[in-house]
Design a binder for this molecule. Structure first.
Ligand SMILES: [Zn+2]
Ligand SMILES: [Zn+2]
Length: 258
């Protein structure tokens, strides 16, 4: 199987002691390419993923301010993001969006920083990676009013109704470990109805490890467990799903690298 992990946080300090071994296990499991998400601990350091992409040929990067860190963003942060979007291995802007579960930043600040980053993505013609938690209505409204380009709803945890809304906006849905959780039947329904050409897979490592690793630190090698589950749900083979999701990643993100 040749896989792309479309969303992982390997800059995280949970990987400080054994990052190289984690990367070796990923490659041995067939995860040939990884998209490092560059939100880190927020501004001023916006380059956590770029450093990985510079160090390893099989890593790509995103840059962006996570909604948790929205209140740390200042004018210079957006200028820096604009510069970083020109880096040849930065393929998307994200993860950006709204998180009303933790409310680490005030909601009006989250919305303003989300909109400002959408403008940067539009200007650069680069896809966006959306994080949304307990903020579905506002997320959709902001996207409808401000964006008509391509993007990914990462770690999709909505049900069929939310999936249809996101798909209507032209977005891809990326499924992760939650798909394997016993109570996640609505997420599995969403995964069943997603058209083949809009599917992606991710780990979101170190978070949300799939069954049978649930509760442990997640790592890209565990993507295989999510892919097996997704194949079972959709009545196809893991190999076919690996090919489909790799093709989708290439079409969505690599066309911008020229
Ligand atoms: Zn997220
Ligand atoms: Zn993430």
């Amino acid at each position: 199987m040749k896989l792309v992990d479309s969303h992982c946080h390997l800059d995280d300090k949970q990987f400080a002691a054994d990052r190289d071994a984690v990367i070796d296990r990923a490659r041995a499991a067939g995860v040939e390419r990884l998209m490092a998400i560059g939100t880190g601990d927020g501004p001023p350091d916006l380059e956590t993923a770029v450093r990985l992409a510079d160090a390893f040929p099989f890593f790509y990067a995103t840059v962006g301010v996570h909604p948790h860190d929205a209140s740390k963003a200042v004018d210079e942060s957006f200028d820096r993001l604009r510069d970083l979007l020109a880096h040849p291995k930065v393929l998307a802007l994200g993860e950006i969006g709204l998180d009303y579960h933790y409310d680490f930043s005030p909601r009006d600040t989250q919305r303003a920083v989300f909109v400002r980053q959408i403008e940067l993505a539009r200007e650069a013609g680069i896809p966006i990676v959306i994080h949304t938690r307990e903020a579905w209505t506002d997320t959709l409204q902001i996207l409808r009013e401000n964006y008509s380009g391509a993007g990914i709803f990462h770690c999709f945890t909505g049900g069929p109704a939310e999936a249809r809304e996101a798909l209507d906006l032209g977005f891809h849905l990326s499924f992760g470990g939650v798909l394997t959780f016993p109570k996640a039947e609505p997420v599995r329904e969403a995964a069943r109805l997603t058209p083949q050409d809009r599917l992606l897979v991710e780990t979101d490592a170190p978070y949300l490890a799939p069954v049978p690793h649930r509760g442990k630190r997640n790592e890209p090698a565990f993507l295989v467990d999510t892919v097996r589950k997704l194949a079972e749900i959709r009545g196809t083979s893991p190999e076919e799903l690996a090919a489909v999701t790799t093709r989708n990643f290439e079409r969505l993100c690599l066309r911008y690298t020229g």
